[in-house]
Ligand binder design. Structure first.
Ligand code: NAD
Ligand code: ADE
Length: 417
């Protein structure tokens, strides 16, 4: 079996950490137990382009137990946990192509390597694998029956492919499940981004001006958690409704030009390009700490910053110092997803629901692909609700059921006061 990981000798550490994560993934565990018996993915080849973390390992092991042949590559050059990659290869025979810190060429080569499994299903996080299959590696299209997509940016790219009539197989947008984005994007990003900024900088957050760019699902979670740590949170937005929402949630809302002047910390979570741009660096105060948690490393215009700076040096793991005249600006993790490169990504308990959706959607694609068109599909409500129900059960929470009378009332229009 071909693979490319940093050091197979790291497998034992990876195994222990993957086991630790599994303890907090009860929904995936339920699905793993059930699929290990029913084998819904028997003889299905899956190419997965995901962040190679302890939680992802538990998903891939579940897919394998469900009967699939699995190959995996990283969905970001800096998000791979090398011990986990070693564990997948050595202890599970999963063809893994992922090394933390790989350059762009190596990153794309790994995606191509994972495709040599000749996938029937693609499981993507950000649409890089799907993009490659549709652009330069079309020969793999012939075996593919469908796919799944994990994140907001990936879904945006897929919708664009679909609108332009170039999408060649159906893809389920796992991100759009309520049990995914309401929890993963919000509470997962909120916690893991603060974790990563604190691990990288060891700076106090309390009392600081913390600017969150983008008040979508990730931004809401981040603003909430930064506020919880005592920061003065300022939100920047381009959408008037989201800006209003941020204001009424109790945050200050400003333009980037005003916010960046007073920021101690700035973190972008927009999925957009050059949100923190050349002219913004000129406005920043000495010591500003800038990071990004959106999918791609395009949100901060680092090329412009490099050109403007007289000096650049690495001052601490995950921190680059840029000198601009008399002031210094700090960039975390080279502008890549800070929570996955300077920390370990979302906690297992939220990835539990995201990856339960992934496993159930892979099964859905196998069962239903003949009925599906080459479009982007939402996760079926049945799957979304099943994930919520199992999660609630695992937490020991019982909720009420609609009575017959209530059900009838909610479906009627005749009765009023
Ligand atoms: P979303 O669509 O809910 O929110 C994005 C927000 O950014 C929107 O409100 C939009 O109006 C705003 N925005 C766009 N351009 C802007 C600009 N120039 N300035 C200020 N605001 C702007 O998306 P989301 O689910 O919150 O995801 C955001 C990004 O984070 C995506 O790239 C997604 O793939 C990624 N993501 C990362 C992680 C992670 O672990 N780091 C997890 C989930 C999603
Ligand atoms: N995306 C965000 N956090 C993650 C994690 N822990 N594992 C995989 N993908 C992630």
């Amino acid at each position: 079996m071909k693979s490319d990981v940093k050091d197979l000798g790291l497998n034992k550490q990876g195994r222990d950490r993957v086991e630790w994560a599994y303890r907090d993934m009860p929904v995936l565990e339920t699905i793993n137990v059930s699929m290990s018996k029913s084998k819904p993915l028997k003889n299905i080849n899956v190419a997965a382009c995901l962040h190679v973390t302890t939680e992802t390992a538990n998903l891939l092991i579940t897919l394998k137990n469900a009967g699939a042949n699995v190959a995996c590559c990283a969905s970001n050059p800096l998000s791979t946990q090398d011990d986990v990659a070693a564990h997948l290869v050595k202890d599970h025979g999963i063809a893994t192509f992922a090394i933390k810190g790989i350059n762009n060429r190596g990153y794309y080569k790994h995606i191509v390597d994972s495709l040599t499994i000749e996938p029937n299903i693609t499981m993507d996080d950000g649409c890089d694998l799907v993009g490659l299959v549709h652009k330069s590696h079309k020969k793999y299209l012939k075996n593919i029956i469908g796919g799944t997509e994990e994140t907001t940016t990936g879904v945006i790219r897929l919708n664009s492919m679909s609108a332009n009539g170039v999408l060649n197989y159906p893809i389920v947008a796992v991100n759009n499940a309520f049990t995914k984005h309401l929890f993963d994007n919000r509470y997962g990003t909120g916690q893991s981004v603060m974790d990563s900024i604190m691990r990288a900088t060891n700076r106090l957050v309390a009392g600081k001006n913390f600017v969150v760019c983008g008040y979508g699902w990730c931004g809401k979670g981040l603003a909430m958690r930064a506020h919880g740590l005592g920061a003065n949170v300022i939100v920047t937005e381009i959408d008037p409704t989201k800006a209003l929402e941020a204001r009424m949630d109790g945050f200050r809302v400003m333009s980037g030009n005003d916010a960046f002047k007073i920021a101690d910390f700035i973190c972008s979570v927009t999925g957009n390009i050059n949100v923190i741009d050349k002219h913004h660096f000129k406005l920043m105060k000495d010591g500003a700490i800038v990071s990004n948690a959106g999918h791609f490393n395009v949100e901060i215009n680092i090329d412009a910053l490099k050109k403007m700076s007289s000096k650049k040096r690495s001052i601490r793991t995950d921190i680059e110092e840029y000198t601009l005249g008399k002031k210094k600006v700090y960039i975390l993790s080279d502008g890549r997803l800070v929570n996955l490169s300077a920390a370990e990504g979302h906690p297992s308990s939220v990835m539990d629901m995201s990856f339960a959706n992934q496993a159930l959607c892979a099964e859905y694609v196998v069962k239903n692909h003949k009925k599906l068109e080459n479009k982007v599909y939402d996760v079926p409500t049945r799957i979304d609700e099943k994930v919520a129900q199992i999660k609630l059960k695992s937490m020991g929470i019982t909720i009420d059921k609609l009575t017959k009378e209530q059900d009838l009332y909610l479906n009627s229009w005749e009765s009023g006061t």
